[in-house]
Unconditional design. Structure first.
Length: 238
């Protein structure tokens, strides 16, 4: 009962942040990886490349730490699983000016893991996109996957009221994932051509066009941080 009440308090704090917003720019979610051995895997075929999430502890997903959600930096990160579903190239790769580019469609989801201030499996954020651009320096060891609406297709959904309020009214939505420590230099292969296979670590940011007023950020963030801090304290005492 105590855990549930603290979870509800944390959600209420997130909701109070959302109600205090105006339309400018808001960070919806930021994440970092928890284990460098968990990787994004690019698997190249003859004409297409598929990106997938792989880890030993969560097959098909990667455990990550959510460090900012609903425009609120978190003192205690939220554990979540990041899952790529159907993330596949939608056009041939192109090369020019020392750069490689290829468009991708798919879905990226973040669901709460045990230890989060919401029940495990809660949809923190799901992102569906079309024509996001995977790009980087040819022969380099890093790349980025970037999507923005407009002009591309990017849609956010979430079970959190705070996020729902920030994305209400269909504001512009965008994201950027960085892929670092590529196992093979960025290149193309096959008749497509398509981006060659690699593995990499990742961090990322998802954002919209709404930001709280400065005073509202402080008040709502205090409520959220206190709620999440109390949850961690209760668990240690339990």
């Amino acid at each position: 009962m105590k855990k549930m009440s603290v979870r509800l308090f944390a959600l209420a704090s997130l909701a109070s942040l959302a109600m205090a917003t105006s339309a400018n720019a808001a960070t919806i979610l930021q994440f970092t990886q928890t284990n460098p051995n968990d990787v994004i895997t690019a698997t190249a075929g003859a004409t297409t490349t598929t990106l997938s999430t792989n880890s030993l502890t969560n097959p098909g997903s990667i455990p990550v730490n959510i460090v900012n959600i609903a425009n609120t930096p978190l003192a205690t990160a939220i554990p979540a699983a990041m899952t790529f579903t159907g993330v596949t190239s939608a056009a041939a790769a192109t090369s020019g000016g020392g750069m490689i580019d290829q468009l991708f469609n798919g879905t990226i989801s973040f669901t709460a893991l045990l230890g989060a201030p919401v029940p495990p499996g809660t949809n923190l954020l799901t992102v569906t996109f079309t024509n996001a651009d995977l790009n980087g320096l040819a022969g380099g060891g890093a790349a980025s996957l970037v999507g923005s609406r407009p002009p591309q297709g990017v849609t956010f959904t979430s079970a959190l009221l705070a996020v729902q309020n920030l994305i209400a009214g269909n504001p512009p939505e965008n994201f950027s994932l960085s892929f670092s420590n590529l196992s093979s230099p960025l290149a193309t292969t096959g008749a497509g051509p398509t981006i060659s296979s690699f593995t990499a670590q990742s961090t990322g940011t998802f954002a919209t066009g709404a930001i709280p007023e400065p005073s509202s950020i402080v008040m709502a963030s205090m409520g959220l941080v206190v709620g999440l801090g109390t949850y961690g304290y209760r668990r240690r005492q339990g």
